[in-house]
Design a protein around this ligand. Sequence first.
Ligand SMILES: *Cc1c(COP(=O)(O)O)cnc(C)c1O
Length: 230
Amino acid sequence: MSSIAENLERVRDEIATACAHAGRSRDSVALMAVSKTHPAEAVLEAIAAGQKLFGENRVQEFAAKREGIIDLQGAQFHLIGPLQSNKTTRAAELFDAFDALDSLKIAERLNATCATLNKRLGVFIEVKLSHEESKHGLSEAELPALLEAVARLPQLQLRGLMTVPPFTEDPEGARPYFARLRALRDANVAQHPTLTELSMGMSHDFRVAIEEGSTTVRVGTAIFGKRETL
Ligand SMILES: *Cc1c(COP(=O)(O)O)cnc(C)c1O
């Protein structure tokens, strides 16, 4: 089995290759290491290998893990999983950004907590582009209204859009969803100039996502190995 450091190096190389292939500069794509279900030791190993950006799915899980990470060394953590309204305070305290925003109620609660913390929280709006029952995110039709509302909340900084396409064996199956998210970003960036980012692409399809304009790929399995749960 290869180490986390070796996996990170391999994924970084693959991102560089995908960028070159797509005619994009290497620094236009950030690598987010998705450390959900893995212990603090795994995060520390990645930090030691120079990783700065992490994604976690659950507030509770990260709260416990965070205690085992004494020295962040500048690492940033984004919440990339759904957030319940009774956990917004804890989430606002713990995370640098929330990448799966899909409701005004949650946005308003985060804004209120951030005001008391004197903190500005980055947000990505999660858009659900398929008709799958199980997926989180809001529909395309609901996006303009949430963008307008979030733009008026001073403690939240609108950064981009996020999506998780339905899983297909062939990563090409995700391409139309990635292209659609980019089109939505392009259609709204004039009105919302900070809406520049696209968080899309996971372990098995990040190469396709980079070809379609991803600015952050969220990679778990290819860095930390298979998860027992989730
Ligand atoms: C788990 C997860 C990932 C990482 O998935 P891998 O297939 O392990 O790379 C990315 N994004 C979200 C929202 C996730 O929940």
